[in-house]
Design a binder for this molecule. Structure first.
Ligand SMILES: [Zn+2]
Length: 98
């Protein structure tokens, strides 16, 4: 089967992923929009203003927090595109917040 014409559907919002370079691979191998992943991380890590979620490359995201001087520092690093570390980190975060 030729997969080149397969339409990729975002695993998070269910809409088509048109630009693959702007997609992020999910731990289960599906794809999702860059923006949807940011939003998901924002919710899972309870990131609130003025903290932000940024992509820092190689499948990793960072939760940045702004200090009193307006300088951003990284609070959490998230290895989103690495299945095992992501899942264990997620469990860790969830269990530590319950
Ligand atoms: Zn999406």
């Amino acid at each position: 089967m030729n997969n080149s014409d397969t339409q990729h559907i975002c695993a998070l919002c269910g809409k088509p992923v048109k630009v693959l370079s702007e997609a992020i691979s999910e731990p289960d191998g599906s794809l999702s929009h860059f923006d949807c992943v940011i939003e998901k991380i924002r919710k899972e890590y309870r990131v609130e203003e003025p903290d932000t979620v940024s992509y820092i490359g190689q499948g990793r995201f960072a939760v940045c927090t702004k200090d009193e001087d307006g300088k951003y520092t990284i609070r959490d690093r998230i290895n989103y595109e690495s299945t095992d570390s992501f899942l264990s980190m997620k469990k860790l975060v969830e269990s530590s917040r319950e």
